[in-house]
Design a protein around this ligand. Structure first.
Ligand SMILES: [Zn+2]
Length: 297
């Protein structure tokens, strides 16, 4: 009898272990992933000294920050959308390390990632593109090239400008040894392409560049942090969504429709299930019209 129980429990263990990681539902909706809003904020260890941080923002999807701990201090890439929310991020960091927070990379200059920055240490060093510096009216020197290497003490972080994407001043954060790329709002995991201040075609090209880097795990700026294999699949899926949206709007533009009519008639296919489609669909139509008509400089 004990042998039977042992055999049964082994079977159970084997069954549990055989559940593939891909069984994780791919969605930006917390409830569809079996999560409650009270599960957030949460810190996810990505590698030694490298952490993702997911917090819920309105209307119910995640904003992701990254933090990296070196022997000389902590680097944050993207904050949260209010002083309270960014303070919670600082509290989460304090649970992991007592090292001082020294660097902040502006992946996205939008308010949902920067509006809490007033609670950051006053002497923090910003890493920011000239474009985002202007957007944020930031009193700090901007990057002079497309790449800045930051040595945190025992761990190297690179801020890379791969081109204009979601904001125009987008930076991605590359950890060459850990093969992790935090993409900020260049990668919206299962969130409908948000284009209010975007450069749609250039954005698709920026994702091509990211996919060619030596990366194991891509971290989004919104939506969920995925395991390594799923993260690449989802980035490819996100790029596919962008291409599909651009193709659909181009089709409607060729029919001679106004942007308003095009927004009403647009068929987003599978991407109609993605978070924010109602709000972001019409915005994407207007932005892609601007690009087609050469009004996007
Ligand atoms: Zn955002």
């Amino acid at each position: 009898m004990p042998r039977l129980i042992a055999a049964l429990s082994l079977t159970v263990v084997a069954l549990l272990m055989s559940v593939p990681a891909s069984s994780q539902v791919r969605t930006a909706y917390p409830d569809k992933r079996g999560l409650k809003l009270t599960d957030f904020p949460r810190t996810i260890k990505l590698a030694d000294n490298v952490y993702g941080y997911e917090e819920i923002r309105q209307p119910g999807f995640t904003t992701v920050s990254l933090f990296v701990v070196g022997s000389d201090g902590v680097l944050i890439a993207d904050g949260q959308g209010s002083p309270e929310a960014t303070q919670q991020l600082l509290d989460a960091i304090a649970k992991v390390t007592t090292k001082p927070i020294k660097w902040y990379i502006v992946g996205s200059d939008h308010g949902d990632h920067t509006a809490g920055n007033s609670v950051l240490p006053k002497d923090i060093t910003y890493v920011v593109t000239p474009f985002s510096k202007t957007q944020m009216k930031l009193d700090a020197p901007a990057m002079t090239g497309d790449k800045q290497v930051i040595d945190l003490g025992g761990i190297e972080v690179q801020a890379l400008f791969l081109g204009r994407a979601h904001t125009g001043g987008d930076l991605v954060v590359y950890l060459p040894r850990q093969k992790i790329l935090f993409m900020s709002e260049v990668f919206l995991n299962r969130v409908f392409p948000a284009m209010r201040s975007a450069y749609p075609s250039e954005w698709v090209g920026v994702i091509d560049k990211a996919l060619k880097l030596d990366i194991d795990r891509f971290i989004p700026g919104h939506g969920f942090i995925e395991e390594a294999k799923a993260s690449r699949e989802e980035l490819v899926e996100y790029q596919k969504a962008m291409r599909a949206v651009i193709a659909e709007v181009t089709r409607l533009h060729k029919l001679g429709l106004s942007a308003d009519d095009a927004a009403k008639q647009a068929n987003w296919g599978p991407y109609r299930e993605w978070f924010l489609v109602e709000q972001q669909g019409p915005i994407a139509v207007r932005k892609i019209y601007e690009e087609i008509e050469g009004k996007l400089k």
